[in-house]
Each structure stands twice: as structure tokens, then as C-alpha cells.
Design a protein around this ligand. Sequence first.
Ligand code: TXA
Ligand code: MG
Length: 321
Amino acid sequence: MFTTDIGTDTARAKHYLEHGELVAIPTETVYGLAANGLDASAVASIYRVKNRPQFNPLILHVANEVQFSKWAKQIPSHCRALIKAFTPGPITFLLDKSEQVPDLVTAGSKRVALRIPDHALTLGLLAQLEFPLAAPSANPSGYVSPVTALHVKEGLDGKIPYILDGGTCKVGLESTIVSFDNNLIRIHRLGGISEKDIQHATGANTELSLAHDQPESPGQLKSHYATSTPLLVGDISQMLTQHHGKRIGVISFYRDYSQVSTVNYVLSPQGDVTEAASSLFSAMRELDRSQLDIILAESFPDEGLGKAINDRLNRAAFSAQ
Ligand code: TXA
Ligand code: MG
């Protein structure tokens, strides 16, 4: 057991990480649960603390592009273009791993996931470390990802010594994950960088590879990001009629349903999809705490970030069906 402190002391975070302990770190997407990515026993604690299946590999977080050539065998030209266009930022690259990356990080896969997070505190920390940080999202496996230090504490209190507090994550959805196959870029998870962004930056063809049955990337498994309260996605008015009489929470894009529900969380009154994405996980957590029978969430226009939001909602909804 630890006393889990929250603070902004990167020297303290560095100390723990250098001694094989776990520290939660802020990024622009969601908080990560970080360990020394070259220390197999520290990495093993990540799986234990999160209760994460060991077949589900971890992303290595690095400070800059130079680090990529240490941990990946080669960097395709499309990857370089994406690094230039979007990093530091919400995109993760699957590349052939170099020998030094422990198999526990990649769960035995020949590929490693690399990402440069866009958060000053964490970039500052990475610059002081001699190793990359292996970090999944800092939530117990299967639950909604944390976007504040307090969310991390709710899920992992007593299990880690320190949470580096970098405020609320500005993107609020996990990174987009891509891999490279000659001129084709495969998108394994939708996130802060859209398919169109990737096409524009590279001129490459893209393919969505979000299959759910035999996941190449286990984050593709459904029933990820789930609330404990059953969550349904669709047309709010229709669902409200079907569930009349229940204690209902509504997560809506910009419309106001407060008169016809028990609790209504409007993600962006101005109808701004970026703002909506950044408040989605807070909304899911808040409604999950509100003793409701059911949470109804609105489908988003299926493009850009809206597509990534729908992806998260649909995964959260699976366990309710
Ligand atoms: O935004 C993010 O990506 C956040 C922040 C903390 O960086 N991290 C995150 O990590 O979402 P996690 O572990 O919750 O999701 C990472 C996904 C998982 O679905 C995992 O299966 C996939 O990346 N992944 C990691 N390494 C992989 C590999 N070598 N091959 C295939 N998929 C991989
Ligand atoms: Mg996760």
C-alpha cells in the first residue's frame, strides 16, 4: 500500500521512476500509468496495478523524434511525415521494435508502439530520464480513462506513490494509433488525429483496421472504457420514450434534455466537437456516480473527432447490451 500523493514535482516523479515505482503522468489525451520502459519488473507492476491482461501491449512514451531510432528498427517516410506534422501530439506509431525493448512492453509482438505526448510537464520529465516511459491509460483495466489527477486517484488510490498533476487533459480521448504497410497507413484506433488529417499530411491511402473479434491491438476489444451503469447510444428522444419512468442520465452533444431526464450532461453547449471530446470521459464518470438506472448517450456526426467519440461510446455501450 502507498499513500498516493498528487503534485507537480517532476524531481519526485523522476525519483520514483528511477527506483522502479509507478507514477501517473499527464498527457494531452488521458493520464498514463508510467514505469521505466526498460525495466521488466517495473513494467510488470503496471499490468498488476491495472489488472490488465498481459497480452495487451503498452505504448512507449519518448521526448522527441531522435528517440524513435533507438526503439524502432526503421522509420518509414510516412511515419516521418506524421511525426513532423502532429508531434508532440495525440498519435501513436506501431513500428518494428529494436532488440532493447523488453518483450513484456510489446506483449511478445515484434512491433512497438511509440508516442511523443504533448504536455509540458511530461515532456520536461522525459527530458530528464535515461529511459522511455511505458504507460497505458491510468485506469483500472476496462474502466473509463482518466482525464484529471483526481480521476486517477479514484481508480488507483493506495496502489501508486505519486500522481503528477498536469490539470485536465486537453484532448480527452486516447491517441490515434497507426501502422505502415508500404503506401498504406492502417488506423488501429481513432483519436485526436483524424483519418483525413493523416491523408493530408502524407498523401497516403488509409484503411480503418478497427476489427473487434480478433484484435491486433487489444484496445480494439469492445467493452473497453465502460461505465458500471448500463450505457446506450443512439437517438435520445427515442430512447427516452423506451426507458420512461427510470432514473435516466443523458449525455448530449449540445441539446438540453434537463427537463426530461434525471441528470443531463451537455458536452458542448456551443456544439463544438473538440470541446465535446474533451468533456466526454468526465461526463461518463460523473453520471456513473449519480445512482442512475441507465445512461443514454447521443450519437455524434460520424466524421473527424465525432467518429472517435462514437467509437468510445459504442465500446462503453457493449456491456450494457
Ligand atoms: O493517448 C494514449 O494513447 C494514452 C496515453 C497515456 O498515452 N495511452 C493509452 O494506452 O491509451 P492504452 O494502453 O490504454 O492503449 C494503448 C493501445 C492498446 O489498445 C494496445 O493494445 C495498443 O495501444 N498497443 C500498444 N502496443 C502495441 C503493439 N505493439 N501492437 C499493437 N497494439 C499495441
Ligand atoms: Mg486504456
